[in-house]
Design a protein around this ligand. Structure first.
Ligand code: KIV
Ligand code: ZN
Length: 394
């Protein structure tokens, strides 16, 4: 079966996108090892980072932001180690727009830097204590300095979505002129809505010649919608983290971006079939567990319990699944619990080689409901034990 045929998305999507120009190529910029590691509760050893970088590479990531070189000598060494793996992905480090940070990236042997400075009045006044003129000067100096040392440069306006558009245009045009190869427009605190972000990106796309990257935090739950709105309006690089890790409530979950880009825009980024294993690996290494209801990779993403749903799924999986679990290398789970119907329970027992007598099904269902009243999922072994007990008593 062709990948496209494994999806059962809404016919309204294509209609809604009829005015959007063709979206050809979108690059995935993964910051799991940098912004992801900034999440309270996550700390990665050099070996962890190497293992994750390899997995991100085989998933098809284009750029891996593997850390913040200036943070320590160990971090610099780890970045060097990841660079020496000779991955297909470009390896990059974050740096503030100061020479000390840029030197650390040069020392780590990388040839791609992501440098940033805040451009909102709020950050300039209360955090940087700098005037807009000083900020612009610092940004241009950082890009020029990095370019002089042979680095490819992505430049970010931190807190872009609360920055004045005229100032941002001024600074972005200046860094473009100074040799930046792309610019990033972060929604640092996750405060913009999709329509507004789309408008911002469209305006900057008209103004600039270089590619635009987007970086959406999920504080208000809009990171995915904002990232897609940005792509519809000309952004060609999407930053985020696998599993949606990152500061506070996280960055956009890149597996969600990749699946949506393919399903709704026909844009291929990841090898989608590797999503589940990569997500699980990162979950294991970080010890940061995923909510069961997390889209795409949560334990319940392809789990069905209620009788009506299981019945539908048994007839045609598209009834209650937007796409086949195999698309992302996952497996469907038909769960026996409080809302299960007798078809599902009989089916489950049959899978385990037991033909349960029809005349005792009511008793079996009674026992199943009693055991799962507190919301507990009944395991295969428990179901077998209940069924055995009833059959043996008769
Ligand atoms: O959220 C943010 O603004 C960032 C920048 C450093 C790009 O992570
Ligand atoms: Zn961020």
């Amino acid at each position: 079966q062709k990948l496209e045929e494994m999806f059962a998305i809404s016919p309204y999507n294509q209609l809604a996108l009829s005015g959007v120009g063709p979206i050809k190529d979108v690059k995935i910029f993964d910051t799991t090892l940098r912004d992801g590691e900034q999440a309270p509760g996550i700390a990665l050893s050099p070996d962890d980072k190497v293992r994750i970088a390899q997995a991100l590479d085989s998933l098809g990531t284009d750029i891996i932001e593997a850390g913040f070189a200036a943070s320590s000598d160990i971090e610099k060494e780890t970045l060097r180690q990841i660079k020496d793996l000779n991955l297909n992905a470009t390896v990059c480090s974050l740096a503030r727009s100061v020479h000390k940070d840029i030197d650390a990236v040069i020392d780590s042997g990388l040839d791609y830097i992501h440098t940033f400075i805040a451009t909102s009045d709020l950050h300039m006044q209360y955090k940087l204590k700098m005037t807009p003129e000083q900020v612009k000067e610092r940004a241009v100096d950082a890009v020029e300095y990095a370019r002089e040392h042979g680095l490819e440069v992505m430049f970010s306006c931190e807190d872009a979505t609360r920055s004045r558009m005229d100032f941002m245009k001024e600074i972005l045009l200046a860094v473009q002129e100074a040799g930046a190869s792309s610019v990033n427009i972060p929604d640092t605190v996750g405060v913009i809505i999709p329509k507004a972000y789309g408008n911002m990106i469209a305006e900057l796309h008209k103004t600039l010649k270089i590619p635009i990257s987007v970086h959406c935090h999920n504080d208000m739950g809009l990171a995915l919608a904002n990232s897609l709105a940005a792509v519809e309006n000309g952004a060609t690089i999407v930053q985020g983290c696998v599993n949606g890790f990152g500061e506070r409530t996280g960055n956009v979950a890149l597996e969600e971006v990749a699946v949506n880009l393919f399903a709704n825009y026909g844009v291929k980024t990841y090898d989608l079939s590797k999503i589940s294993e990569t997500s699980a690996l990162i979950e294991r290494i970080t010890g940061f567990s995923m909510a069961a209801n997390k889209p795409i990779v949560g334990r319940n993403a392809f789990a069905h319990e209620s009788g009506i749903h299981v019945h539908g799924i048994m007839n045609n999986t598209a009834t209650y699944e937007p796409f086949l679990p195999e698309v992302v290398g996952a497996k469907r789970r038909l769960v026996v619990g409080k809302l299960s119907g007798s078809h599902a329970v009989e089916g489950k027992l049959e899978e385990m080689g037991v033909k349960f007598p029809a005349e005792h099904i009511d008793e079996l269902m009674e026992a199943v409901k009693k055991m799962s009243i507190s919301g507990k999922e009944i395991t295969d072994a428990e179901l077998m034990a209940i069924a055995d007990d009833i059959m043996w008593k008769k």
